[in-house]
Write a protein that binds this ligand. Structure first.
Ligand code: ASP
Length: 431
């Protein structure tokens, strides 16, 4: 990628395209797409394949990303470090993420975001999941054939296998037997390398995002007219309300419960918060988060484990976004929200999805595909689900700013609280 960026594509329209800030390009794509759709109506539908191409590219990398990032995540935590700190941190991350999905579902239920998409086919959508009882869904998480799980894109089964497999690899990596240790390291490197390659591919595919978003949004507006803009504003409002509620209730509450000054916390936490908001990448923000943790008096041995892990698996903002968007898509496509059982499935899947979400811009939108699939709303080109998903993609950059800021703040809050709980927080920094 680095080499590619250095390639001499600096002049002309291509140069302008690649040099211009991606976020703005996507926003321009969104606005242009909407305008083209409204002005030209059905006549602009020839752009649809460009949108379908974008969706296909995203779906193409979904499975390899899930497999590689989860195996790497699970095998990075050595069973030895899974001691006191590890278990606390991971439990904290999981519980706050699960609660975040709940907040997202609540926001979706309160704001009822939906768009009129009557003209698109919506027949089978939503049926599949509604018919299966929760107990069966849970048992179905365990695959009878791993190959089949991958081929059929049964995401929860792939996640289950990837985590167990990753833990197995972590045992090999710390084995005293030289042969096993080397074998573990080799497997780890293969998945780590694959995960890195996938990140490069996400970056490359995102370069196409402005065009893909333009085409997808033009198609939606051409078929639906301008009335969807209001719906998207409500989705945005629902997400940001969820983000704010989660910060105040969960992070504020946890700091207060631990007798830590919220004002003091944000004096340093604001730097990673703002950096994450602008870069939309938890991973990219990590150096700033680590610096803030040092200023907050958190010892290195806790932060060096907890923050990189958090940047990889703790995504509360993403979890809220997935709850809201799942409801938006269900309301838009099927006209009704989810049953309690389905909400349970969403809490489990979206928590896992947020773990599997890479800390890079737009990754949460890819993981949303998985949550939708789990509740019987697969994104297939030309369906209502794809139309509704496209609308979300159109505003994803805006939603991503807020959710990434939340993701990073969650990592820092957890790390601070765990350090305090273990009596390791430097009190002088809080005086
Ligand atoms: N951009 C987010 C992050 O880096 C991930 C996401 O897209 O939800 O934390």
């Amino acid at each position: 990628m680095g080499d590619q960026q250095k390639a001499p594509v600096k002049k002309g329209i291509l140069g302008w395209y690649f040099n211009f800030n991606l976020l703005y390009r996507i926003l321009i794509g969104l606005v242009l797409g909407a305008l083209l759709g409204i002005i030209f109506g059905q006549k602009i539908l020839w752009v649809a394949p460009f949108g379908a191409l974008f969706v296909r590219l995203l779906k193409m990398i979904m499975m390899p990303i899930i497999l590689s990032t989860l195996v790497v995540g699970a095998s990075s935590i050595s069973p030895a470090t899974l001691g006191k700190v590890g278990i606390r941190v991971i439990l904290f991350y999981l519980l706050t993420s699960a609660f975040a999905v709940f907040v997202g579902l609540m926001m979706g239920t309160i704001f009822q975001p939906s768009a009129e998409m009557a003209t698109l086919a919506s027949e089978a959508a939503g049926k599949a999941a509604a018919d299966i009882p929760l107990s069966q869904t849970l048992i179905n998480i365990v695959p009878t054939s791993v190959a089949q799980a991958v081929v059929n894109e049964t995401v929860l089964q792939v996640i289950f296998f990837a985590i167990i497999f990753g833990i197995g690899v972590s045992y090999l990596r710390i084995s005293k037997d030289d042969r096993l240790q080397k074998a573990g390291e080799a497997i780890y490197m293969v998945f780590d390398g694959t995960a890195e390659v996938m990140m490069r591919m996400v970056t490359a595919i995102m370069q196409y995002a402005p065009i893909g978003v333009l085409a997808l949004v033009a198609e939606v507006f051409a078929k639906q007219g301008a009335n969807v803009a209001g719906s998207l504003a409500i989705v945005t409002l629902a997400c940001f309300s969820g983000y704010i509620i989660h910060i105040v209730l969960v992070y504020g509450g946890l700091l207060k419960l631990n007798k830590l000054s919220i004002r003091r916390f944000f004096k340093d936490a604001k730097d990673p918060f703002i950096t994450a908001f602008v870069t939309r990448s938890s991973g990219g923000t990590l150096p700033v988060t680590i610096k803030a943790s040092a200023n907050l008096g958190i010892p290195k041995d806790i932060s060096s484990f907890s923050l990189p892990l958090g940047a990889t698996i703790n995504m509360d903002g993403t979890a809220i976004y997935q709850g809201v968007c799942a409801i938006f898509i269900s309301l838009t496509v099927t006209g009704h929200s989810f049953t309690l059982g389905q909400m349970g499935i969403i809490i489990v899947t979206a928590t896992l999805a947020s773990i599997g979400t890479a800390g890079v811009p737009g990754a949460g939108a890819i993981m949303l595909l998985m949550v939708l699939e789990a509740v019987g709303l697969p994104v297939e080109a030309g369906t209502a689900v794809a139309g509704a998903y496209a609308m979300i993609l159109g505003i994803d950059a805006i939603l991503d700013m807020g959710r990434t800021a939340l993701n990073v703040t969650g990592d820092l809050t957890c790390t601070t609280v765990v350090a305090k709980g273990m009596g390791q927080l430097d009190k002088e920094q809080w005086a």
